[in-house]
Design a protein. Structure first.
Length: 301
């Protein structure tokens, strides 16, 4: 036994924390030109994360840790106005609490949703446009070994007039706009055989092939990552750098459909072959493991 039992067991605790089974670190990155307010909703039965909503200025990032078995969703709120006491509301993605913290409330549609379920050995994740769209987002796993997903296109610029929300800051889903069972996959349309993608869902799918466009769009929209018994790190980037439309409103000319589609396909192809940049968190984990190795070495003396 080591002559320094406190140090030894401290190292074991750190190792358990860093490499806890199925655990994950989520790094939120804001590449938009304006401040956003990410919202966090834990599913029923999952422990709340450290924060349920926070401010994220342009160019900033923040990380949250989730334990094994956690499931929930993230989204970005935009056009928010909060006073010095944290009271206010948002133009899109508002969670209705009148506060920065969402405290168990979800996003009012339309909003682009990022959904996660952390398993003991495998994580499941997706980006969903079922509740509409407000910002582009990309989800990447550290190391590039797991598939990335997201919606890179600026759907607000191609949103049909009948789906446009407010001043064009978001695009509603057909279900939200019309409430018809065939759009909402409800009632007699509540199964994959009877609920088929509408023309509006197909428009969303053409713009963002890896995102959910309607309720039963599972086959091409849900992704998995094997944690292999260790903690995984994910980055959730709003307004990725390759999406310039969210950074400037000077050029409001609608893009050519073919050109933007080609950019989307090229981007997705690069993700599929693992060309995505590793997360900063992965590098931090390497540093932590190096420190742990040194602590273990000195604990032997």
């Amino acid at each position: 036994m080591s002559r320094h039992p406190i140090l030894f067991f401290s190292v074991l605790f750190i190792l358990r924390f860093v490499s806890g089974e199925g655990a994950a670190t989520f790094s939120f990155v804001n590449h938009c030109g304006d401040t956003i307010w990410p919202g966090v909703l834990s599913s029923s039965g999952s422990s709340p994360l450290e924060s349920t909503g926070f401010e994220l200025a342009a160019g900033e990032s923040r990380s949250l840790y989730a334990s094994s078995g956690w499931s929930g969703r993230f989204w970005a709120r935009t056009g928010c106005v909060f006073d010095a006491y944290g009271n206010g509301s948002c133009g899109t993605g508002d969670c209705g609490t009148g506060r920065v913290e969402c405290a168990g409330s979800g996003a009012a549609p339309p909003a682009t949703l990022v959904e996660f379920t952390l398993g003991g050995e495998k994580d499941f994740y997706d980006v969903s446009l079922v509740d509409g769209y407000n910002l582009p987002v990309v989800v990447e796993a550290a190391g590039g070994e797991c598939p990335s997903t997201g919606c890179l296109a600026d759907i607000n610029r191609r949103c049909p007039a009948e789906l446009r929300a407010g001043d064009g800051a978001a695009c509603r889903s057909a279900c939200d706009a019309f409430g018809q069972p065939e759009f909402c996959c409800s009632g007699e349309f509540g199964n994959p055989q009877t609920c088929r993608p509408s023309a509006y869902a197909q428009m969303f799918k053409a713009a963002c092939p890896r995102s959910y466009s309607y309720a039963f769009d599972d086959a091409t929209s849900t992704f998995t990552c094997s944690a292999a018994g260790g903690a995984q790190a994910y980055s959730i980037t709003f307004c990725p750098e390759s999406s310039t439309s969210q950074k400037s409103t000077k050029n409001n000319t609608p893009p050519k459909t073919g050109g933007e589609g080609e950019e989307e396909e090229s981007w997705l192809a690069s993700l599929a072959i693992g060309n995505a940049n590793p997360s900063r968190i992965a590098r931090r984990k390497e540093i932590v493991y190096s420190i742990i190795s040194l602590l273990l070495y000195f604990s032997l003396f």
